[in-house]
Design a protein around this ligand. Structure first.
Ligand SMILES: Cc1cc2nc3c(=O)[nH]c(=O)nc-3n(C[C@H](O)[C@H](O)[C@H](O)COP(=O)(O)O)c2cc1C
Length: 158
């Protein structure tokens, strides 16, 4: 295979940026991810690729539920906050105010919209797991458009 062509082509695939959050009795994890897609209309379902053995991967597996905080246009700095582990402090996570959704997962106040999800299947996809999850709740905070990975100059993939 032409490795350069593979990398180039995979990096042409458009992605958004999302802060995934999950909580168990033992704690909370949050991470900025990009490999997320709708997977079914009925039932409403998404698929998200999570790197194995990371904090968010373990927490999502343990919790069985999680939230997808959709980052808005202009929230690049917020995206970078969740490239590393953050601990909740009171009602803030990485300095960002949040509230708990029906799933118990943190919903960031400043994102335009979010989904709450319940895992239905975890597929071994290689160095990532593909988490299939039903959407159990959704909310809209404002009408901003989504932040696109291509506009950040960052890459994840190839
Ligand atoms: C642009 C960008 C996109 C990313 N997308 C994903 C992703 O789709 N899935 C994933 O597992 N990690 C992704 N990451 C890496 C996670 O943000 C990072 O591993 C995460 O914070 C997990 O670490 P943790 O052990 O603190 O939970 C991405 C990183 C960058 C820089």
């Amino acid at each position: 295979m032409d490795e350069k062509a593979k990398k180039h082509t995979l990096r042409l695939i458009p992605y958004g940026l999302y802060v995934l959050t999950a909580s168990t009795e033992d704690g909370t994890d949050a991470a900025t991810v990009s490999w997320l897609s709708q997977a079914s209309f009925d039932p409403p379902r998404i698929a998200v690729g999570l790197r194995k053995e990371t904090g968010i991967w373990q927490r999502v597996l343990d919790a069985g539920t999680f939230a997808v905080n959709v980052l808005g246009d202009g929230q690049k700095a917020l995206a970078s906050t969740f490239f590393r582990h953050t601990e909740p402090e009171g009602n803030t996570l990485g300095g960002e105010p949040f509230y708990r959704g029906v799933s118990g997962a943190p919903i960031l106040n400043t994102v335009p919209a979010y989904l709450e999800c319940r895992t239905v299947e975890v597929l071994d996809a290689g160095d990532h797991s593909l988490v299939l999850a039903d959407i159990v709740e959704a909310g809209v905070h404002d009408d901003r458009l989504a932040l696109n990975l291509v506009d950040t100059g960052w890459h994840y993939g190839g």
